[in-house]
Design a protein around this ligand. Sequence first.
Ligand SMILES: [Zn+2]
Length: 573
Amino acid sequence: MMTRYGRREFIGLTAAGVAGTVGAQWLGEAPAQAQTVDARDADLVVFNAKVFTMDGRAPRAEAFAVKNGRFIAVGATADLRGLIAKNTRQLDAKQMTIVPGFIDCHNHAPGTMLLYEVHVGNPFEVEFVTIDSILEKLRMRMQKTPPGTWIEGYFFDDTKVKDARILNVHDLDRVSKDHPVAVHHRGGHTSFYNSKALELAGVTNTTQNPRGGTFDRDEHGGLNGRVTDRARAVFDKVGRRETFTPAQVAQRSRDGLAHISNEFVRYGLTSVHHQDGDLLALQDLRARGDLRHRVSFETSGKTLEGMISGGIATGFGDDWIKLGATSEHTVDGSFSERTMALSTPYPAMGGYKGNVTETQDDLNAWIERVHRAGIQVNCHANGDVAIDMVLTAVERAQKLSPRSDARPKITHCTLVNDDLVRRIKAAGAVPACFTSYAYYNPDKFKFYGEELMKRCMAFRTFLDAGIPACAGSDFYPGPFAPLMGIQGMVTRTGWNGETWGANQRVSVDEAIRINTVNGAYASREESLKGSITPGKLADFVVLAEDPHTVDRAKIKDIRIVRTVVGGDTKYEA
Ligand SMILES: [Zn+2]
């Protein structure tokens, strides 16, 4: 074998063979799952590439071979020639860059929203719109909608509006006085309503704010139409909404998922952590051959209850659809919409400290119950107050029911301090931080100021502390393009040229690692994916240019040439 394949490739094959006996030194060096593969007659050999494997034991390579959907050898081009047989597909990468498939650890994957709803902003890119253009789109929907039925717009972003003022109830009254109208901020925590919607919900100038939300007012004390977090619940029960038969619902779910699956691989994502959704539709989609990315399915509600009562722990499923952590259990408000819970007041907002949406007692009980069921806990916590609450509950659950390597996931984990970082490390928690925000949302960072931004999306701090922070785009709130995320993490400079919290910059290699290896770790799949390592799933992306050498302000523009999942091309430019 040594003489036929050469030493380097032998090392590659050996790595798969001795899997399970190699102790993991650090993320990405976890042994691949052992399996017996006849290394001859590869299905696919990729050669003449600049491969960044993200495997610390052999970080660079020129070539690799794939068989039965997994990498079987990684090494020099010359070393892999011996694996090419009559039926082996060969791919000359022409010196292009190859990295492991990107992993997004927090995505709402709203395929049906993308396919069927009104978009008042651009889901994928920085684009400025006008309030008139928003109203025009809503009016077009209104013409097909009977009075009394909701008209809703999605992907609104208050800092991507040319008018440079906030949308209000009077604007939306110009769409209709007979239909309830809502425009939802893409951040997912605030919405804007017209007078009809407020009237149907019985919200008046004298209505009190409920716990965990607000009905906002203008300078004269009247309702301005903006409603935050939990205060929005009253609108769910009023007005008519378009209804669908169960068969139509299922068809819309499948088509929506097929649509977004295509979008994911177009941007180089090969694994995505879904926040709930239609699990049956996902399985149908897979059966009909249209699921292009792998899914870590994060549950709540009925599905989570089913897991608990049925004894189904995190990890149930297979390489394509697997039950992951819970979906984000929300503890506070939003970073991009400035409702997250801070220990100090927002600068220039009259003492406002954001919304806590859960009591400590309720949170303790929920985390304990999920943790005891062997399910990976996942909480949405942006502000330092909320992160503290999550850690308090996690520490309590571990004390009551110790379980090693539980990896509680903290979605967003945006604003930290030294003490929280110490506790995150001690709890073995995995932060899934915003990635695309540094590029996409610099227009919102002034609401926090540089002192807080130095502690937000704190990738540098996490890596230095040995905490395996991963990437959570939070689409639809943020664009999910991994290369946009990487550019922002490396530069901390936004679309408008502003740089915030430059102390949190990471290197290109670290940013790729966060988007690959650390993503695999977050879903407990580091032995299966995240690096180009013999024995792991053959998920990789071919990039037209090398993000390590290209102008850093242009990383997001690098063309995705090909996205491969399990050795099969799922996207080709
Ligand atoms: Zn989310």
